[in-house]
Design a protein around this ligand. Sequence first.
Ligand code: ADP
Ligand code: TRP
Length: 329
Amino acid sequence: METVLSGIRPTGNLHLGNYFGAVKNFLKMQHNYNCYFFIADWHSLTTHPTPENLHDNVRTVLSEYLAVGLDPEICTLYVQSDVPEISELYLLLNMNAYLGELERTTTFKEKARSQPENVNAALLTYPTLMCADIIIHKANKVPVGKDQEQNLEMARKFARRFNRMYKKEVFPLPAPFNFGADLVKVPGLDGTGKMGKSEGNGIYLSDDPKVIRKKVMRAVTDAGPTEENQTPPEVIENLFTLLNIVSSPDTEQYFRDAYAKCTIRYGDMKKQLAEDIIAFTTPIREKINDIYNNSDYLSEVTRMGAEKARLSAGKTLKEVRQLIGFKSF
Ligand code: ADP
Ligand code: TRP
């Protein structure tokens, strides 16, 4: 069975884009692949070094992952910093990672620009840590968004380099996981293309109904259709797309028909959309809260995750140490 791995930095709550664009697919994948899902808390230190928030951010993401249905009995769900083996592989990979190639990474250049006061070495070597994350479990596939494609390419490069250097195909080259027909792009409500954290237009799984209503009612629309059967502009198509994602097919069709007949009332459509989002998120939000407050459960989940991840990581590391030439006396 192929191994799939995905990491998420604990820097915020999950929004509908994260859920329908990625996490929902993870729920299926955990049954068909050997899956590793982890929270990249070391990575988050490259930009968010605040001891006050770190634990809480990890707890939040973990609770959300569990609430939506990642099953820690089926997949391996763990916190990066619970697996010290990753840091050893990271150190070893850094021996063969070169300043030039690291400096050329787009994510590094962007961060160096956006936080000039904190261009730290871990920011530079972010791709080697990410590579260690992936290859320590010999992952074959990594679901990544556009912004992470280059980092994954670097991971392949480092893995290939290691295999060549030590003349053994230790590591499979991790390929991007292709969601195919399951790839969903969740639009924003502000007329921009995509819902995103940095876009500031997220509807979060943890948002309460009042907040959701407010966000949806503020969605950008236009003056309305002027001719029958005209093609809706992007801002309106975005709302239909959201209906398609969270509402019943009848509901979407009802408003599409109303648009085509020029009888649509955007206010009604937004109200319906808000209620359908609320119906979808409410049970999840309640579950997130329960799990978040259940320290015993979270402690058991992370203990089990760390144990499974360390077992797999330890095996790889043993092989790596041997190849590099470490021997015990
Ligand atoms: P953000 O864009 O909010 O910063 P991240 O980059 O943390 O989100 O997203 C993590 C993953 O969630 C991405 O790799 C992508 O697969 C998915 N994702 C995020 N936003 C969307 C969206 N609007 N539509 C579809 N998928 C999305
Ligand atoms: N860099 C990824 C992001 O910002 C998170 C991440 C860390 C990751 N290690 C990974 C993703 C390994 C996939 C595989 O979204």
